[in-house]
Design a protein around this ligand. Structure first.
Ligand code: HEM
Length: 385
C-alpha cells in the first residue's frame, strides 16, 4: 500500500522532485529510500548526514556521482566525461582537467568579454519588442544563458535569442540567421542538446523492456539524437583542432582550453591530452549543466531584487560607483574585484533558493553511514528539500 501511495505521490510530484522529497521526508524522516524506475536511491535530508558524502578528501569512499549502468552505453557515456563516468582514474583526470581549465584567467576573461555582447543583443530585442508589450523574462533569460553557455563552452552561435525573437514578431521584423560555416545543423544544436537532456530522463525512468517494445519509436529517436549530437560535436572539435594547428586566432572557450591545456603536472599514464571522446562528453555536461542553473539563478536574483528595493538601490549604487558615466564600457577583471555587494547578492540568492537541490554520490566499497552498514555501490542523494 505504501509503495502504491509513494508511486502516486511520485507521479504527481515528478515535475518537482524536491517537493516530492519534502513530502517523503515529512512522512518517513531524514533518511529514506526511493526508486525511480529500478534505481534505488537513499535520500539523506540532514546536513550532518550529507557531510561524509561530500568530503573533499582524495581518499573518500564517495567520489563517484553515479553507478555503472547498461543505460550509459545507449547514450554513449560509459567511462567518459565526469558526471556519468564510473572509472575512478579517468574520472579524476577529467575532473582535474575541467577544474584547471575553468579556473584559468583566460576563461574568465572570455566570459567577461562575451557576456555583455550577448546582453546587448538581448536588450536590442527587448527594445524592438517595445516597453508596452509584456515579455516572459524566464524564457528570455533561458535563451540568453543558452547562447552564453554555447559560446563559452564550444564557441559556436546557436542563435537561441534570435530564433525566439523571430517566433514572436511579425514576418517583416524577423532577423536573418547566418548559417554556420562548420555545419548546417549547428543552428539547431541547442534544440538537439535539449532533446538529449529530455531523452536522458526517458532513458532512466522507463525500463528497457518498455523502451524496446511499447516506446520503440521514442527509443529509436533517442538513439538518432545521440548519433546526431556526436556527429555535430565531433565536427566542432575537429574544426577547432585544425584552427589551432593552423595557428588561427581562437577564443579561450572551454573547448579550446580542453584541447590546449597543459597536462605536464599530471602523473602517470594519464599525463596526456584529452581524447575527442572525453572532450565531447565534458562539453555536453558543461552545456547541459550550465544553461538551466544560471538561468534559474538569474531569475531568482531578479525576483529578490523586485522584492527588496532597498537592496536593489544599493546594488545600483555600487555599480554606479564603479562605472560612473561610462555605463556601457567593457567590464574588466578589476571592476569585478570591486563588486563586493553584487557578489554578496548572488551568494545570498543562491543560498535562499538553492538552484541545485540535490547531489548524488555512490559508495565504492561497503561502508557504515548513520549507524547502518551499506553495500558497495549504494547510491545516496544529499537533498536540500
Ligand atoms: C548557478 C550556476 C550553477 C550551479 C548552481 C551549478 C551546480 C552544480 C552542481 C550542484 C553540480 C554537482 C556537483 C557535485 O556533484 O559535487 C555541478 C556539476 C557540474 N557543473 Fe555546474 N552549476 C552551475 C553552473 C555551471 C556552468 C556555467 C557550467 C559550465 C560552464 C557547469 C558545469 C558543470 C559540470 C561539467 C559539472 C560536473 C562536474 C562534477 O560533477 O564535479 N556548471 N554543477
Amino acid at each position: 500500500m505504501s509503495l502504491i501511495n509513494d508511486f502516486f505521490l511520485a507521479k504527481i510530484k515528478l515535475c518537482d522532485v524536491t517537493l516530492w522529497y519534502k513530502l517523503l521526508q515529512n512522512k518517513y524522516g531524514d533518511i529514506f529510500e526511493t526508486y525511480i524506475g529500478s534505481f534505488r536511491r537513499i535520500v539523506l535530508s540532514r546536513a550532518d548526514y550529507v557531510e561524509k558524502l561530500m568530503s573533499p578528501s582524495t581518499k573518500t569512499n564517495y567520489v563517484l556521482r553515479t553507478e555503472q549502468m547498461p543505460e550509459y552505453d545507449e547514450i554513449n557515456t560509459t567511462g567518459k566525461g565526469i558526471t556519468f563516468n564510473t572509472d575512478i582514474p579517468t574520472w579524476r583526470f577529467n575532473r582535474q582537467f575541467f577544474s584547471q581549465v575553468v579556473l584559468t584567467l583566460s576563461f574568465s576573461k572570455e566570459a567577461l568579454l562575451s557576456t555583455p555582447i550577448l546582453f546587448n543583443e538581448l536588450n536590442g530585442y527587448w527594445k524592438e519588442i517595445g516597453d508596452d508589450v509584456p515579455i516572459d523574462f524566464a524564457i528570455w533569460i533561458h535563451k540568453f544563458t543558452t547562447e552564453a553557455i554555447f559560446q563559452l563552452v564550444v564557441g559556436v552561435k546557436v542563435s537561441a535569442m534570435t530564433k525566439y525573437f523571430n517566433d514572436n514578431v511579425e514576418l517583416s521584423k524577423r532577423k536573418y540567421i547566418e548559417p554556420s560555416h562548420i555545419d548546417e545543423e549547428i543552428k539547431n544544436f541547442d534544440q538537439i542538446i535539449d532533446t538529449r537532456l529530455r531523452n536522458t530522463i526517458f532513458l532512466f525512468t522507463v525500463p528497457a523492456f518498455l523502451r524496446q517494445t511499447i516506446f520503440k519509436k521514442r527509443n529509436d529517436a533517442m538513439h538518432e539524437n545521440r548519433n546526431m549530437t556526436q556527429r555535430i560535436i565531433t565536427k566542432i572539435i575537429d574544426h577547432r583542432r585544425k584552427e589551432i594547428e593552423d595557428h588561427k586566432e581562437v577564443k579561450s572557450n572551454l573547448l579550446t582550453l580542453l584541447i590546449t591545456a597543459n597536462t605536464e603536472h599530471v602523473d602517470g599514464e594519464y599525463s596526456k591530452p584529452l581524447t575527442n571522446d572525453h572532450i565531447s562528453q565534458i562539453l555536453i555536461e558543461a552545456i547541459t549543466g550550465g544553461i538551466d542553473t544560471t538561468a534559474n539563478l538569474l531569475c531568482f536574483i531578479v525576483y529578490h531584487m523586485a522584492h527588496y528595493p532597498n537592496v536593489l538601490a544599493r546594488l545600483r549604487e555600487e555599480l554606479n560607483n564603479i562605472f560612473g558615466s561610462e555605463q556601457n564600457r567593457q567590464i574588466t577583471m578589476e571592476d569585478l574585484s570591486k563588486m563586493h555587494y553584487t557578489e554578496a547578492i548572488i551568494k545570498e540568492c543562491s543560498r535562499l533558493i538553492n538552484p541545485s537541490k540535490m547531489v548524488q554520490r555512490n559508495s565504492s566499497t561497503k561502508d557504515t553511514m548513520i549507524d547502518r552498514e551499506w553495500p558497495a555501490n549504494t547510491a545516496f542523494i544529499g537533498s536540500n528539500s
